[in-house]
Design a protein around this ligand. Sequence first.
Ligand SMILES: *Cc1c(COP(=O)(O)O)cnc(C)c1O
Length: 351
Amino acid sequence: MSWISEIARPDIVALKPYEHASWEPPLERLHANELPWRAVGDSTDAGLNRYPEPQPRELVSRLAALYGAEPSQVLVGRGSDEAIDLLARCFCRAGQDAVLICPPTFGMYAVAARIQGAEVVSVPLRVEAGFSLDEDEILRQCTPNVKLVFLCSPNNPTGNLLDEQTILRIAARLEGRALVVVDEAYVEFAAADSLIKHVGRLPQLAVMRTLSKSHGLAGARCGTLIANPEIIALLRKVIPPYAITQMTVEAVLKLLEAPQLAVMHSRITAIRSERERVSQALQSLPGVKRLWRSDANFVLVELADPEAAIRNARAANLLIRDVRAQAGVGRTVRISIGTPEQNDRLLESLR
Ligand SMILES: *Cc1c(COP(=O)(O)O)cnc(C)c1O
């Protein structure tokens, strides 16, 4: 047992997990109270009458290979959302522990913390320094009850990458005290490397990846946490045994073959070039006060009249995201990069 188990919730460390029906495919299953026949019209390979394999080995090893990690460093969940929730539940004692976030950022970190009864400590990004991390203040606010530091890179809704060296320095300082969880939901759209390569030597560093954005599989609900095997083992005790449906397992394995990955890469290139085109066009619009450089598949824009922009986009049958409620980003909207035709229609509506 390392320091990881010492900072985790003691009741989770001691927890005896649910014993699911054993997974022994060569044997016929009369041990899980399943029906022996498939439902009419069930076209899955394995049959939906059977419970799926918990943490399906083939999917885990495929995702490990995709992300350059070992299977023992991988937890597959229903999107990154599930990893965020599991981390809060495994590391934060209700009413005692805290998570640290750097707003404006993804809302799920604070929501998961609050559901767990953990305190949320906010250290805002430095708006005037390109939404960069306030390293000194983060370290100052990391009191012993802070167990998780969520950093989102590229950050949602601001679109910028966080500085890798700063993240690594924060992680180095928190060894033995807290986990630094880097959410890389949009990293495929950035010209930057993943931090996964550091996970092996830094047990306090965990990285979240997802198939929801760059792979175009948001509906499949498949996210991956890459972390020290001790963290993964702890979370595996808490994740529901059959979290990943058989439909997702089969769909994702088919959709992560080489031809699909090639298409994915060409689409990332297309999104990046549209991002640059849309950014340039936005900058020349009179109502646009400010536009931030984005490393993701969306842009954050400050507008003279965000209400009118949202209304006009809606009249063009397009939804854009109102992010004014988030700290530090005044009159801004977040716009996802769509097809060239959608982007043109949006730009026209803002003109
Ligand atoms: C979209 C998004 C995710 C993805 O969540 P999933 O549950 O994997 O769909 C994770 N983090 C951030 C910051 C996001 O914007």
